[in-house]
Design a protein around this ligand. Structure first.
Ligand code: HEC
Length: 172
């Protein structure tokens, strides 16, 4: 094989690897949720959509959105949210800033959880696939695939905003 052909083959192979990367971009070391959903590998790079503080759980949360969901939220095209949208919620126990008692800051990580939009695949739960992992050890939540009904039932309260509670935090 001439050198330039070898180079071309290598480039094509590299291109294919890049193209298939999204499908493979799930963390291999974290066990999947009981409904088969794998943890999205790149969620820590997603954009913040909002934050919340739950007084009933003494817990701080950040809600992150992948690029598809961020675009939909920015354009206000969220009912329904487009397929491919992914939202994450990262929750920590309230803690007090060591140098400033009035500041509530993230303490122990309690869970990370996800909503993954696929209107066909997840039709039983209103088009959203639900999954949660507990603590720093990222233990999958739920005894069997039925756990997602619990998520989807409570999220019915946000039906008019596409089953998503979080509103984009105001920014100029
Ligand atoms: C009792 C009600 C309730 C249940 C059950 C519930 N959620 Fe939520 N969820 C909420 C509320 C309220 C919010 C809004 C922000 C917050 O909690 O801080 C939310 C937010 C989220 C978000 C961020 C997007 C949004 O809708 O704002 C994700 C992702 C999420 N939940 C996933 C799950 C998963 C996965 C489960 C099941 C394992 C689940 N939820 C179960 C009430 C619930």
């Amino acid at each position: 094989m001439p050198d330039n052909l070898i180079l071309k083959s290598a480039l094509i192979a590299a291109l294919f690897m890049t193209m298939s990367a999204p499908a493979l971009s799930r963390e291999a070391t974290v066990a999947p949720a009981p409904n088969g959903i794998a943890i999205p590998k790149d969620y820590k790079t997603w954009q913040p959509l909002g934050v919340s503080h739950r007084t009933d759980k003494d817990s701080l949360r950040i809600i992150l959105a992948n690029p598809i969901a961020t675009k939909a939220a920015t354009e206000g095209k969220t009912n329904p949210w487009p397929d491919g949208s992914m939202l994450a919620k990262l929750a920590w126990k309230d803690s007090t800033h060591p140098n400033f008692a009035a500041a509530t800051v993230p303490g122990e990580l309690t869970h990370v959880e996800f909503m993954i939009r696929d209107s066909k695949k997840f039709a039983d739960t209103n088009g959203w696939g639900y999954a949660r992992w507990l603590g720093m050890e990222q233990k999958p939540y739920g005894n069997d695939a039925g756990f997602a009904q619990e998520c989807s039932t409570c999220h019915l309260q946000a039906k008019e905003t596409g089953y998503v509670f979080t509103r984009k935090a105001p920014l100029p």
